[in-house]
Structures are given as structure tokens and as C-alpha cells.
Design a protein around this ligand. Sequence first.
Ligand code: GLN
Length: 197
Amino acid sequence: MKIGVLALQGDFREHLLAAKQSGHAALTVRRIDELAEVDALIIPGGESTTIAQLARTFGLFEEIKKHISAGMPVYGSCAGMILLADRIVDGAVGQETFGGIDMTVRRNAFGRQVDSFESDLNFAGSQMRAVFIRAPWVEEVSNSVQVLAEVLASDGKRHPVAVRQGSLLATSFHPELTGDLRVHRYFFDQVCVGAIK
Ligand code: GLN
């Protein structure tokens, strides 16, 4: 497959590497014609407000929304998760998202306790170590959203940190930073396969 990585800001290089190490062609996406070339898109971690603003500046914002509505497989990590959420709590004033996943995420949710931390969790049946950096958590999901991983947070509740809705996948954590390819492989092998005609 040809995997596009939105390369406006954030840790897109690590996602390019993970796609290549999983045996796929990986291309940076900064323009509409580059988006049209790829089978699937990864939205990296970084700063969700900056990525959204740059997507507007580069004329990509509405185009990415259209591709999401048309069923393009998209995986977002951390800031990418925020950008795939239909609703945000504690967002910046007027903060926009591409949306697509029927959920509410709380931006910088873990940031109030500690800026970054690691945690062992179970992702879709696999035990893994996950890295969280000023990460969002999921506040609420609709019935159409599948929860793939959760963590027990400081508010005493278990919050989803990995979710899937159809061809969209999102994680609060950054598998691209640990060299563990299992989340990327899940995206390529479980989410993209079937979604790509
Ligand atoms: N806190 C960042 C945001 O709101 C996300 C952090 C990250 O991607 N590591 O976009």
C-alpha cells in the first residue's frame, strides 16, 4: 500500500519509518495532489491546533474531511486522535478538527497530572508499553466506536486510549516512538485491508 503521512508538523518522520518497516511505501503529504496519491493517511503526534491551522493554510483541511467521509483509512496518534474526534473538551478557542470518530476527547487530559509517562496496556489483545506525551483521553464514545485499549486515570475511571470506528483508528499514545510496530500493523492489516477498494 501507499501510506501517506501528514507532514505539516509533529513526529511524522517516525510514522514514515514505521510504515516503511512494515513493508509499505511511505510518502509525506503536504499538498492535495499528494493526498490524492495515497491509499491511507497517518496524522502524527504534535500540536493539534497547529496541524489544523497549517492544513487550512495548505488548502488540505476540507480535502482531508472529504477523504474521511469517503472512507479513506486514517490513523491518528495523540494530536492525530484529537483531529479525528467529532468533539473536544478543553480545546483551544475555536479549535477545529477533521472529525470522523463519534467521540469526545479531553485535550491534555493527562497533562494535568504529569506531562508524559509510560504505561503497560492491552491493545486489541496485545500487551504493550505505551508512551503518553501531553496526551488526550477519550471522555465518551458512541455505540459505533470500538474501544481497543483503556487506562485507569487519576480521576479513578478507566478511559479509552485507543479506538476504532470503521476505517478510522486513533490512539492517545505514540507507538511510533517505541519501535513497536504492532499498532501500525493493526492499522495496515486490520483497518486498511477491506477499506481500500
Ligand atoms: N497536547 C497536544 C495537542 O493538543 C497533543 C500532544 C501530542 O501529540 N503529543 O495537540
